[in-house]
Ligand binder design. Structure first.
Ligand code: CAA
Ligand code: FAD
Length: 380
């Protein structure tokens, strides 16, 4: 398997790296502290084509492959995972879901704006009583002829208040179980649609996470994605690709923390030598470097599976499971290598450690990834 990056992929990597250094790094500590959404930065990312990376240029996208997207996610996440989660959700859950499964009219109406960043999107599956157990949808979308009547609550929705359009999963026919679930496009401002307060989080504090309440919201029939009852499959298929984005985010958090720790260990002295010369520190760096490389190979493999038209349910779950563990382990060790300085905000590693945790929770917890992986290997 050839993992050599093409000229174009190297250019995208450099562009994302430059953007992260020049546009995301300034103010990243303050945005985290004040829970401030990176509005200006997301606007610029849209202008540069990072919000619709894999979308066909005829819908305003950059027409790139999944590997390019994963590479960009890694670079952005080294510096600011609050910004990169917006990139991930918009690209792989919202734009990809619409490009694959929406009809032409829906694509013309929504995809072009989402791919260019004119507006951003949200993906709304989780509920107070349906997180991991995603088929237990309590939100209902009752068929009223020319429209659905939407009622219920969605939890933890990324881009909750900043999105212009929401892909909402809801139960239409309870008798049919998951085959009675639909995916609906809901516009912000539709009467009866309310946005709850912003969540005060451990990490990715700059991102915009809210509950959403739907109270007799009328959603036109033409806003349903795919056939009647396709909503759960839509969510699962979309999440398989989304997990590549979050795996790349986890990889970036790990790599960012490692780069900071390596640099610090070559500068900080104790007992008359740079701390990297103490074997205890050198071995931590060796472990970090090895694990990050292994995570990167899994992320690239999943991206290449998708680009090559292979099934990527298993490879994306493995990439997310492993990369998120590496993100957690690496950031904890990066704090340790920084000693007391690691515990204060100026050195960035404490933020990366807090940000790492979410990669083991969203888009399917690590336990859920193990369910996906084990079912796949047992059924073979
Ligand atoms: N592609 C297509 N279909 C799929 C599929 C996939 N990847 N995975 C499952 N399905 C289908 C199954 O084939 C089945 O359909 P049939 O009955 O026709 O065969 C149907 O979906 C139900 O599947 P299961 O019987 O396997 O369902 P389950 O109840 O056992 O649950 C699960 C499966 C994998 C645990 C699933 O519920 C799941 O993924 N849970 C986690 C939810 C999640 O990831 N949420 C993330 C929310 S978005 C988010 O978090 C964004 C963010 O943070 C930024
Ligand atoms: P639960 O499902 O209640 O799980 C609790 C614990 O039990 C976990 O450790 C879990 O792994 C474990 N567990 C549950 N079932 C099993 C099982 N069968 N076997 C073994 N262990 C199990 N959702 C969206 O739809 N859209 C978003 O944009 C979005 N963004 C998010 C942003 C943030 C910051 C957060 C925190 C969450 C976001 N989520 C989003 C929700 C996220 O996907 C869920 O939190 C996640 O899927 C877990 O669901 P839960 O919180 O209900 O945990």
């Amino acid at each position: 398997m050839d993992f050599t990056l093409s000229e174009e992929q190297l250019m995208i990597q450099q562009a994302a790296r430059d953007f992260a250094q020049n546009e995301l790094l300034p103010g990243v500590i303050e945005r985290d502290e004040e829970q401030k959404f990176p509005k200006e930065q997301i606007k610029k990312l849209g202008e540069l084509g990072f919000l619709g990376m894999m979308v066909d240029p005829k819908y305003g996208g950059s027409g790139l492959d999944t590997l390019s997207y994963a590479i960009a996610m890694e670079e952005l996440s080294k510096i600011d995972a609050s910004a990169s989660v917006v990139v991930s959700v918009n690209n792989s859950l919202v734009c990809w879901g619409l490009e694959m499964f929406a009809n032409e009219e829906q694509k013309q109406k929504y995809l072009t704006k989402l791919a260019t960043g004119e507006m951003i999107g949200a993906f709304c599956l989780s509920e107070p009583e349906a997180g991991s157990d995603a088929t237990s949808q309590k939100t209902t979308a009752i068929d009223k002829g020319d429209h659905y009547l939407l009622n219920g609550t969605k939890n933890w929705i990324t881009n909750g208040s900043t999105a212009g359009v929401y892909l909402v999963i809801a139960q239409t026919d309870i008798e049919k179980g998951h085959k009675g679930i639909n995916a609906l496009i809901v516009e912000k401002g539709t009467p009866g649609f309310e946005i709850g307060p912003k969540e005060n989080k451990l990490g990715i504090r700059g991102s915009d996470t809210h509950s959403l309440m739907f109270n007799d919201v009328k959603v036109p029939k033409e806003n349903r994605i795919g056939e009647d009852g396709f909503g759960f499959k839509f969510a699962m298929k979309t999440l398989s690709g989304g997990r590549i984005g979050i795996a790349a985010q986890a990889l970036g958090i790990a790599a960012g923390a490692y780069e900071l720790a390596l640099k610090y260990s070559k500068e900080r002295k104790s007992f008359g030598t740079e701390i990297c010369n103490h074997q205890a520190i050198a071995f931590k760096l060796a472990d970090m470097h090895t694990e990050i490389e292994a995570a990167r190979l899994l992320v690239y493999k999943a991206a290449l599976d998708k680009d090559n038209g292979k099934n990527y349910d298993l490879s994306s779950a493995m990439a997310k499971l492993y990369a998120s563990k590496v993100a957690m382990d690496t950031t904890v060790e990066a704090v340790q290598i920084h000693g007391g300085n690691g515990f204060v905000k100026d050195y960035h590693v404490e933020r990366l450690m807090r940000d790492a945790k979410i990669t083991q929770i969203y888009e399917g917890t690590s336990e859920i990834q193990k369910i996906v992986i084990s079912r796949s290997i047992i059924s073979k």
